[in-house]
Ligand binder design. Sequence first.
Ligand code: SF4
Length: 447
Amino acid sequence: MALSGIEIFKLLPKTNCKKCGHPTCLAFAMKLAQRQESVDLCPDISEDSRRILGDAAAPPVRPTALGFGSGAVKMGEETVLFRHEKKFVNPCALAVEVKDTLPEDEALRIVNDVLTSGIDRIGQRLEIDAIVVTNASDDPAVFEGLVRAVAAKAPDIPLILSTGDPAAAEAALKIVADKKPLLYGADDSNAELMAKLAVAYDVVLGVRAKGPEALSALTEKIRALGVEDMVIDPGPAGAAEILRDNTLIRRAAVKKNFKPLGYPVITFAQRDDQMLETLIASLCIAKYSSIVVLSGAERWRNLALFTLRQNIYTDPQAPMQVEQKIYNIGEPSEDAPLIVTTNFSLTYFIVSGEVENSRVASRIAIMDCEGMSVLTAWAAGKFTAPRIARFIEESGVGDNLKNRELIIPGYVAILSGALEEKLPGWKITVGPREANALPAFLKTLNR
Ligand code: SF4
């Protein structure tokens, strides 16, 4: 259970020696309670207190990684049930399954779909994160062959090796253990052998059991066998069971600090009906799965799931924003229009998209307003005439223009008079209220 600042304070030496960089022990305790400092900064704390605070500071869902190097996918570290309480930490990984019963060219076509699944949206790269290779043939040699082929085709993508057969698992691990795959398929029948492999090859172990209760007993057993890093699968059948089991697991981990269920959850969402599969995957993204396995990488579904995931895993307390600077759209000449707006990501991408659609080469002056949209920034005093004038002057953009004209958003037309006073020599033009009117507006400018 997370400790309060006062409970932490009681465990500190209370000498206010400042060696931790904070003026008092109480100030340091408050930082520890917010998980903003490490207990190691206090050199005088007793070993007992250090152990208690270390346990309390550990995230309730164990941090785990899938894959290796810069392409590794982080999982776990979640601390809340609801995004508005703080934020969700590590976006749910999307994985696509290839079965070793498929003809190899068909399996590699799916792998290629995964490799080409990436899109850029609001400044982020979104893509399928991992490939699950499933031993559906029950033949270790066939499984090994497909693992080898997938690893050769996609050497950098994280792999999940799905098999309940320790012999097949070991054959595959011998090929790709250096890529730190997830070995999925430990259950009550093979726990000892699979745990032995996970320890020997130093990989994360995927553990499955029917329901959270059986699962917690199994993770305890496997932990006693020396496996620290696990991903768990309560094997739910339908949407209602997924919601029930995933909520129960997250609640037990976060609210009760119940370690046997404090692991990232993997959910297999594949269904014969693709729309149903997409809806199930959406539920898993929203409700606590750390890995969702899909049957394919169809673009229409990727777009829906990527967008949902991106929206859920942004920090609600930190609006998405782009860098303050002058952005060129096309190759603007000294006659090109200059548009000013705020640095809220969505504002930037919508405005720049509409300017691109207009095919009128332009400059967009994006001003740092802490990621607020135009009206919010204006109401908060961040997008005011003096601040806009200072930004435009300091940017030096006027040096590139023949006629100094600044187009402001229609929603802040009220600023035009004050801006003309603050920017002598500039003409202030009020643009449209909505970005979708920009193409027609830009075409009416007579240049
Ligand atoms: Fe207190 Fe430790 Fe910080 Fe000193 S170093 S002020 S004892 S918390």
